[in-house]
Design a protein around this ligand. Structure first.
Ligand SMILES: Cc1ncc(C[n+]2csc(CCOP(=O)(O)OP(=O)(O)O)c2C)c(N)n1
Ligand SMILES: [Mg+2]
Length: 534
């Protein structure tokens, strides 16, 4: 009996360990999903932005690629914001979408994905529609190979619906590939020498270090050199223990203020981060006068677009281990401790301030919790109160596109369950941010995932007001969000939910939520304040 393309494809997916599929189905996907094998899991998302980000969270948490199945152009259109995020997050995703039947494509019937392979560009590393049905399994193997090799990231395959029943040409060949790239030894030695010759070096340790499992190597290098460590601006994963005496905090996200923070250092070594992720335009020199920069990344494009510095292509973890061996212990003056700006209202007012919420959270969150953050105007304050001290436990969007953290938290929680690690997951969200992919609450409820969604409700797009002041653009409409009932929304999707208005009530609600075998949404009304953007 000949094997069908469908059978050969599922056989390959099984052998690649890709048995969890995140999707939202349509008629163009039904031939692919037909007779869905019992050993596979289909995770239904109700909107494709949620589908994509759930898969991103799942892939990040498992450390393995994830498979996504979208509905032709319509699903891709909804997913693309979070596809861009996955691209900057460097998350390996194999994204597929159904395509109308080849028999009719020429006349462009309903649901044709016209130029299917163009739509996701440039946010995929490879985009393809198999030239022949029989190429489908091998194309999936090539997609996998492309997604996992450095820099890891999403890829796209368009699957015409009439291909699945056609005969396959035997089983696909499974191949293994490098997922890390080692440093050029000569360049590593030159970087180590430059570090040794510097008067006052500083390290900037970014998300790539956490992705590479290089957390401990980063700590050991910093301690051996005994130099200050910064986190890069808007870094998508914490990568250094924030209670460490060498940790200085997060660099600001604008050119001139960032350079100012690095004053007094003749050498900046950036590992596992872009140079740099800026946001408001505050022009100036990229570095203090006379300061040099060394940049280590596994992404040639990231190296190419850095405006300053010399670059070395390498996995952040391997580079750290190499440097650790090559450098001598540093003899520099003691590093001053980080000053945390922690102020609570005294006496407390009628509405909680974000600082009061974060103080409560820091006091009662489980130590092993995974945290996701999408609270734009309070992100800086969050880092003053909540110190991340463990690897692979803090993440946010690398793209700046809202609607990522809520569904990503659901993907994380699913992975925590599937891997048996069972860490609790907590998403801290703005009221604005909560709305973009809110349907993922349904998936969390259906899978009874223990996620806590903390919605900080200031009734506005707070950061946009700060931005308007900073950019001197008064009179912008559409920044207030009165009248949203998050408890009702959450209940409607099947989550436990409560509105919490005091620190004591929040402590109790959080403790209950972390004990619950299912999702909880806690809406916390907070004071609104237009804080300076920088
Ligand atoms: C998909 C998307 N749409 C719009 C924006 C623009 N934007 C950036 S921050 C922001 C406000 C977020 O509000 P909220 O989550 O309530 O956080 P707050 O600033 O009030 O703390 C908006 C709308 C965006 N980043 N992404
Ligand atoms: Mg808000």
């Amino acid at each position: 009996m000949t094997t069908s393309v469908r059978e050969a494809t599922y056989d390959l997916l099984r052998r690649l360990g890709l048995t969890t599929i995140f999707g939202n189905p349509g008629s163009t996907e039904e031939p692919f999903l037909q007779d869905f094998p019992r050993d596979f899991t289909y995770v239904l998302g109700l909107q494709e932005a949620s589908v994509l980000a759930m898969a991103d969270g799942y892939a990040q948490a498992t450390g393995r690629p994830a498979l996504v199945n979208l509905h032709t152009f319509a699903g891709m259109g909804h997913a693309i914001g979070n596809l861009i995020c996955a691209y900057y997050n460097k998350t390996p995703l194999i994204v597929t979408a159904g395509q109308q039947t080849r028999e009719m494509l020429l006349l462009e019937p309903y649901l044709t994905n016209v130029q299917a392979t163009e739509t996701p560009k440039p946010w995929v590393k490879w985009s393809y529609e198999p030239a022949r049905a029989a190429d489908t399994p091998a194309a999936i193997m090539r997609a996998y190979a492309t997604a996992v090799q450095p820099p890891s990231g999403p890829v796209f395959l368009s699957l015409p619906m009439d291909d699945l029943d056609k005969p396959a040409e035997g089983a696909a060949t499974v191949r293994t590939l490098s997922e890390r790239v080692g440093p050029d030894p000569a360049r590593l030695a030159a970087f180590a020498q430059e570090i040794g010759a510097a008067q006052s070096p500083v390290l900037v340790i970014g998300a790539g270090v956490d992705r590479a499992g290089g957390w401990d190597a980063g700590v050991r290098l910093a301690e051996k050199l005994n130099v200050p460590v910064w986190a890069p601006p808007e870094t998508e994963r914490a990568a250094f223990p924030e209670d460490h005496p060498l940790f200085q905090g997060y660099l600001p996200f604008a050119i001139a203020p960032l350079a100012k923070k690095l004053q007094g250092h003749d050498l900046v070594v950036v590992i596992g981060s872009p140079v740099f992720r800026y946001y408001p335009y505050v022009p100036g020199d990229y570095l203090p006068a006379g300061t040099r920069l060394l940049h280590i990344t596994d992404d040639p494009a990231e190296a190419a677009r850095a405006p300053v510095g010399d670059s070395m292509l390498a996995d952040a973890g391997l580079a750290l281990e190499g440097l650790l061996e090559a450098v001598k212990p540093g003899r520099y003056p003691p590093v001053p401790p980080r000053e945390l700006k922690r102020e609570l209202p005294n006496p407390p007012g009628p509405v909680l301030t974000p600082a009061e919420v974060f103080a409560t959270l820091q006091a009662c969150r489980p130590e092993n919790a995974v945290l996701l953050l999408e609270s734009t105007s309070n992100a800086e304050l969050f880092h003053q109160w909540i110190l991340i001290t463990r690897p692979r436990s803090f993440t946010l969007f690398a793209s700046g596109g809202l609607g990522w953290a809520l569904p990503a938290a659901v993907g994380y929680a699913l992975a925590e369950r599937d891997t048996g690690r069972n860490r609790p997951v907590l998403a801290v969200l703005g009221d604005g941010a909560t709305n973009y992919s809110i349907q993922a609450l349904y998936t969390a409820a259906q899978h009874r995932l223990p996620v806590v969604f903390l919605v900080l409700n200031n009734g506005e797009y707070g950061i946009l007001k700060s931005f308007a002041e900073q950019q001197k653009t008064p009179g912008v409409p559409g920044m207030d969000l009165p009248g949203i009932d998050f408890v009702a929304l959450a209940t409607g999707y099947g989550c436990a939910a409560a509105r919490v208005t005091s620190s004591d009530a929040l402590t109790e609600a959080l403790q209950d939520a972390f004990r619950r075998q299912g999702p909880t949404v806690l809406e916390v009304p907070i004071t609104a304040a237009v804080a300076p953007l920088l």
